[in-house]
Design a protein around this ligand. Structure first.
Ligand code: AMP
Length: 217
């Protein structure tokens, strides 16, 4: 009798455990908001995090915070950012992991400006697997290059960002995007997780387009 009770509870326990693991995987919404510099990722992430109660992680914001506070990380990051180049993967991946770990109770994340290389995309997939979660979608804001340059120069008038103030640096950031980042579309397309959205229009219009994708996830 005792054996059969144990067996009964054993099986039941296992089932419950599996079911909760499965629902945890489904419950989290993790979105990579993608696109070249100036596509509007940061602006849209701010809106979407409120609507979906998600934690917004921007590696660029973390670097700028560190520059402002004159940390060693800030000094290192600045030496790359000022040239329009990417900060090395090892540093960036560690930063991202730490930001995710700070938010253990999150319903999910909006990743803005990460991943930007194949190594970062793989590290993110591993991190999600460790958390029994996944990236649900890469949602990409599509904007022509010349519009991006115009937007960034315009933003540079008020953003205080040195990398927005110089057209040469802006063009280098866009070139870096095509060299190292654009290829990630294929990484997510291969998993059926890529969604392209027209990134030209008013902030509200673009939010509606993004919600049209996110609501189906
Ligand atoms: P963002 O605010 O996303 O436009 O990023 C500003 C700058 O920070 C970039 O031009 C890079 O120099 C650096 N950066 C931000 N995110 C990353 C990342 N995932 N990998 C490497 N560098 C990054």
């Amino acid at each position: 009798m005792w054996e059969s009770i144990k067996k009964f509870f054993g099986i039941n326990y296992k089932k419950t455990k599996n079911r909760s693991a499965e629902s945890a995987l489904k419950a989290m919404k993790n979105i990579v908001l993608f696109g070249p510099p100036g596509a509007g990722k940061g602006t849209q992430a701010e809106v979407l995090k409120q609507k979906y109660q998600l934690v917004h992680i921007s590696t660029g914001d973390v670097f700028r915070y560190n520059i402002k506070n004159a940390t060693a990380l800030g000094t290192l990051a600045k030496s790359y950012m000022d040239k329009g180049h990417l900060v090395p993967d090892e540093v960036t991946i560690n930063i991202l992991n730490a930001e995710v770990e700070k938010n253990v109770d999150a319903n999910g994340f909006i990743f803005d400006g990460f991943p930007r290389t194949a190594a970062q995309a793989k590290a993110l997939a591993n991190l999600m697997t460790e958390k029994n979660a996944q990236i649900n979608a890469m949602v990409a804001l599509e904007v022509d290059d010349e519009i991006l340059v115009g937007r960034l120069l315009d933003r540079g008038k008020s953003s205080g960002r040195p990398d927005d103030a110089n057209e040469g640096v802006i063009r280098e950031r866009i070139a870096e995007y095509y060299r190292k980042t654009d290829i990630l579309k294929e990484f997510y397309q291969a998993q059926d997780k890529y969604y392209g959205v027209d990134g030209v229009g008013s902030v509200e219009e673009i939010t509606v387009r993004l919600r049209g994708v996110i609501d189906t996830l």
